[in-house]
Design a protein around this ligand. Structure first.
Ligand code: MN
Length: 241
């Protein structure tokens, strides 16, 4: 079974078609969103699909100008088993909204501290800060999506109980491969981050997690079925199921 734990289904030109393809091909797909209002809009369209798991999100780069949606996030939280994309982005793009991002992310993680949900996290140029907030509120089973921080912080996150979702872009770079080699197999998940990740210039599709499965199988010296089974187990663990 293929699992895409981080895909922006609503950002493709044809979201419904993508969602139904995931359903028909039985690809478990965590459809992350960038704002609570996007989650609310998408919910009626996918709630009947078994394999598409809509995630309640508040992307750090969407915080600017949308602080008022924090209230909507809290209101929708009981309806969601999957959370994402949430996190921090302290790259030049996000630096001006640093304080608001910290407030939003801290409040979200605090609200999750006593709940069991799958959480997909963005941490560009802010992995230490993300991990500190998770540690502060005792939220261990969170998933670092497309991790690009240092190996020291990675080791700390592993010790704390976190997971890492790997996408097709990461298997193509030395940095990505070093990260994959470092994460214990029971903490690895697969994702595409489509449509933002491209595969030979086309948007990645959830079925492209197959490429990640193939790479992990080479690294782990396991067959692909064994690798898929390991990822399924990890996904259950990270979802608290
Ligand atoms: Mn993303």
């Amino acid at each position: 079974m293929l699992i895409d734990t981080h895909c922006h289904v609503d950002r493709y030109p044809n979201p419904l078609e993508i969602a139904h393809q995931c359903e028909n091909e039985r690809i478990t797909t965590v459809a992350v969103t960038q704002l609570p209002s996007h989650y609310e809009l998408a919910l009626p369209h996918v709630s009947s699909l078994r394999h598409v798991k809509l995630a309640l999100g508040f992307h750090p780069l969407a915080v600017k100008g949308n602080l008022h949606e924090l209230e909507l996030f809290a209101r929708l939280l009981p309806t969601a088993d999957y959370i994402g994309e949430v996190g921090l982005d302290f790259s030049p793009e996000g630096r001006s909204s640093k304080d608001d991002q910290l407030r939003v992310f801290s409040e979200i993680i605090e609200s999750l501290s006593k709940l069991t949900k799958f959480i997909s996290i963005h941490s560009r140029d802010a992995s230490d800060e993300v991990l500190s907030i998770l540690e502060n509120f005792g939220v261990r089973k969170a998933v670092f999506h497309w991790y690009s921080g240092g190996l020291k912080c990675l080791d700390r996150a592993v010790d704390f109980g976190c997971f890492f979702s790997i996408n097709p872009s990461m298997i193509a770079t030395d940095k990505g491969r070093a990260i994959i080699a470092r994460v214990p197999r029971n903490r690895v998940l697969t994702e595409t981050d489509g449509p933002y990740v491209k595969i030979s210039r086309r948007a990645a599709h959830p079925r492209d997690v197959k490429n990640v499965i193939a790479h992990l199988s080479r690294v782990w010296i396991s067959d692909e079925l064994e690798t898929e089974t390991q990822i399924e187990e990890n996904f259950r663990d990270a979802s608290g199921k």
